[in-house]
Design a protein around this ligand. Structure first.
Ligand code: PLP
Length: 437
């Protein structure tokens, strides 16, 4: 299916009618909250059990089960989940991790907090995920882990990444913050690496407030994450002591009652209560998003200059909940029209469209000059690491992100007529590219 050509329509930028005259905010509203969420949160409020762990433990079990994984551990946010996972994987002073430059800062900065350096890898222009061909030459004697981000819901190329990690004895840390429910060749994101930390923050695909979770099949990694930031769950016989048995033989038990990271990662039970409700509905809501987003992109199939950011139909891979959905831009098919100008014309049509995605992290001063520990040296090189700081020109695909990607509507409901209007806006601009030069 395709939409009719918009060639006869004048661009809104040139005074023509807007493709989307009446924005429909409820088409995009997220999270979807019902009385069921309200009741769940109110019951925690009335019980005064915000700081308990009984509901969080139920949520952890259900969330891990959804992935077919052994362990889940709730955290106060995704950043904490990343930090604990890094520590569990022995990322520490003087070590390095490899991480794609195109991601949110929390995929990387927690490494600095542990005294480690971040060696950034470039992304693939079609998946916007870490380029497996740009990993191996970055591995050094102190590299501990590869961080994989399933960017904007798109699964990373795990079949090529995992063998590199196992060849070099590296951990794979899957940051699933964008990709809850994403499938890679039929299997869920978060089940490929050693451990999968992720955000469950209100704006993400799986939105339950200010929260995160770690899932893993590795009991030792799980116990280390508990020991790092969950002081009341490390062995002392308190009412919040579900993991005592699990860690009884562990050397970590010696430190029971004091978190080894000196941080408190417990999840507020308003969030875990909401999480249990959201989890019940997530597969159905995700399916609706997938059908809406695929409809949008099917309508634009064959339009020059723009491509869907999604895996091939028959691959068994999906985009999960299509978090922060992007389109891929091919300026050469539109007479080299800059992506920014394209996006400006789409905005004039009534659609909020901006070029790019995240800003490439490797250029951020925090990875060059920040002296977090006040040692008189940038933390990136303060613990005897190699100097792996990367300046402009080193990661060309990530640095060109505002030329190769742009925002598209993140539909939460599959309403064909509305979606057609939004798709028409993009098509109209692409068909008038020559007038925008
Ligand atoms: C949001 C996000 C995080 C951090 O999660 P918070 O819950 O905001 O702390 C980590 N990684 C990625 C890729 C994210 O998008």
């Amino acid at each position: 299916m395709n939409i009719t050509s918009q060639v006869d329509q004048k661009l809104a930028l040139d005074g023509g009618p807007q493709a989307v005259e009446h924005p429909e905010p409820d088409l995009f509203h997220w999270p979807i909250v019902t009385e069921e969420d309200e009741q769940a949160i109110l019951s925690v409020l009335h019980a005064g059990s915000m700081s308990g762990t009984d509901i969080t433990e139920q949520f952890e079990r259900e969330y891990a089960q959804w992935h077919g994984m052994k362990h889940g551990l709730g955290t106060c946010n995704g950043t904490a989940a990343l930090l604990a996972s890094f520590w569990a994987c022995e990322v520490g002073a003087g070590t390095e991790i490899i991480c794609p430059s195109m991601t949110y800062w929390a995929s990387a900065i927690p490494a600095l907090q542990l005294g480690a350096a971040v060696h950034f890898a470039d992304i693939e222009p079609d998946t916007l995920c870490i380029d497996p061909g740009d990993i191996e030459h970055r591995i050094g004697p102190n590299t501990k882990a590869i961080v994989v981000v399933h960017y904007a819901g798109h699964p990373a190329d795990m079949d090529r990444i995992l063998p590199i990690a196992s060849k070099h004895g590296l951990r794979v840390i899957e940051d699933v913050s964008h990709a809850q429910g994403t499938l890679y060749k039929g299997r869920m994101a978060g089940t490929f690496g050693d451990i999968a930390p992720m955000s469950l923050m209100s704006g993400k695909s799986f939105p339950i407030g200010e929260a995160g979770i770690v899932i893993t099949d590795d009991s030792q990694l799980y116990e280390r994450c508990v020991a790092f930031g969950h002081y009341e769950r490390t062995g002392l016989p308190t009412e919040y002591n579900p993991t005592k048995q699990a860690i009884q033989d562990s050397e970590l038990l010696r430190f029971a009652g004091a978190p080894l990271g000196g941080v408190k990662h417990r999840m507020n039970q308003w969030c875990s209560a909401m999480g249990r409700v959201q989890l019940k509905h997530y597969p159905r809501r995700m399916a609706e998003i997938q059908s809406a987003m695929n409809r949008f992109w099917d309508l634009l199939d064959g339009v020059p200059g723009i491509r869907a950011h999604r895996p091939p139909r028959d691959s068994g891979s999906t985009m999960g909940g299509w978090y922060a959905s992007r389109g891929l831009y091919r300026a050469d098919e539109l007479g080299d029209l800059p992506c920014a100008r394209f996006a400006e014309a789409v905005r004039a049509e009534g659609v909020d469209c901006h070029p790019g995605a995240n800003a490439p992290l490797h250029l951020h001063p925090v990875f060059h000059d920040a002296d977090i520990f006040r040692q008189g040296r940038p933390t990136m090189v303060a613990f005897g690491q190699r100097d792996v700081r990367q300046g402009p020109g080193t990661l060309p695909v990530s640095e060109s992100i505002t030329d190769i990607a742009f925002g598209v509507p993140w539909f939460k409901h599959d309403r064909p007529e509305s979606i057609e209007r939004y798709a028409a806006a993009y098509r109209k601009v692409a068909e008038h590219a020559d007038q925008l030069m």
